[in-house]
Design a protein around this ligand. Sequence first.
Ligand code: GLU
Length: 477
Amino acid sequence: MNIKTRFAPSPTGSIHIGNIRTALYSWLFARKQGGKFLLRIEDSNLQRSVHDAVKFVVSGMNWLSLDWDEGPYFQTDRFARYNSVINYMIQHNMAYKCYCSSERLELLRLNQIKKGEKPKYDGYCRFKSTAINYNSCVNSYVVRFCNPQKGVVIFHDQIRGTITFSNKELDDLIIRRSDGSPTYNFCVVVDDMDMQITHVIRGEEHINNTPRQINILKALKAPIPTYAHVSMILDHERKKLSKRREALGIMKYRDDGFLPEAILNYLVKLGWSYGNQEIFSIEQMKKYFDFSGISKSPSIFNFEKLLWLNHYYINHLPIDYVASHLSWHMRQQRISTKNGPQLTDIIKLFSKRSRTLKEIADNCHYFYIDFNIFENKVAKDYLKPIAIMPLKYLKIKFSNIVHWTPETIKSVIIEAVNELNVSMDQIGMPLRVALTGTDRSPTLSRIIHAIGKSRVLERINQAVRYISTRCIQYTSK
Ligand code: GLU
């Protein structure tokens, strides 16, 4: 069998974690089976322009390297096809025109509720050949599918097992609205049929659509795909994901400094397991992914775990690759990295202490941009007159270093501690503030090395001038 899966988002906004997980599962299944994966934009119900939303889908998929073999198809390009299938169905008594007015339908609904019945269309226009006379001045009509009236629809969901629906529960679905537009469930059916989809992997919110879609497929004598309905993702309080964090558009995760590998690894594990393994390369995901590992229960989103994975990938992926992603963040922050250390060196300095690339980008400005302002509190605590002498001493010693390495720098600092008979903090903290403008940084000797000799000497000078000016201000007050 030629396996074919699809990702079929409705482009209602940005594409979020839940959508992407479904896309990933469909993609992995197709790739594992050597099948095809296609992208279909389900825009049939949307009035407004979906241009931006489609851009989000495509850029999210590209960022995660979830490539597709066909598409993107747009449902709005296929209305002629949907309508020709509807006309065929009317001609072959698989569908009929329904002229019932909204008043009749409302009355029907109220009566059914009063009788304690589940509201559903009663098939009036299906059975009355004179139905059109019901209200002859009405010439607008919808088209309804002749749903089987007896029997059951059974499908073997790959995640949830056998699911059975009674046809009595299903009414004659509207497949074309009175304005001539085809409805959502119908478009999906025609698409899955025309595109020869063999496996439909989608969110559990679509389970109730499945028997309706299967009945239409059967009427059209089309093959029935295999279905797999993936459970919901909930937050740690078992509530719907909040837009403030987890349900953000996928590109927000890129902006926040996550690597695609971390997101994919996180998502594949969110609802699927393979023994106790936590870390999966893309190749391993493709190799091991299967429906039997997918859980039926809702998955709980754990942001800490995502951060943990991101930290893992920052530290384990090839450093040049991580640097290429960091470079994107630096450009976003408009920091030119031409005059300063290589980004691979920055990653070596920060990777152990950072969980996102944005964190690294935010904290490494001082390697590339000179500054003349110190954080107030930090300056007050560390740039005090008592620091002038050690700073001047270090400046001389640093300027004498011939081989500028973290080791030679470290021995100068240790020598200063011994010779000046001060603690490491007494000398290290003013130096750190002088060089970085803040009181937090990776190991001093390594950042001094990366900042470079001339910049280090200049910044010590600047700090000494700063302290002296402040002294004068204080003494003259
Ligand atoms: N367009 C639907 C959604 O975004 C998916 C429908 C399907 O996969 O059949 O939820």
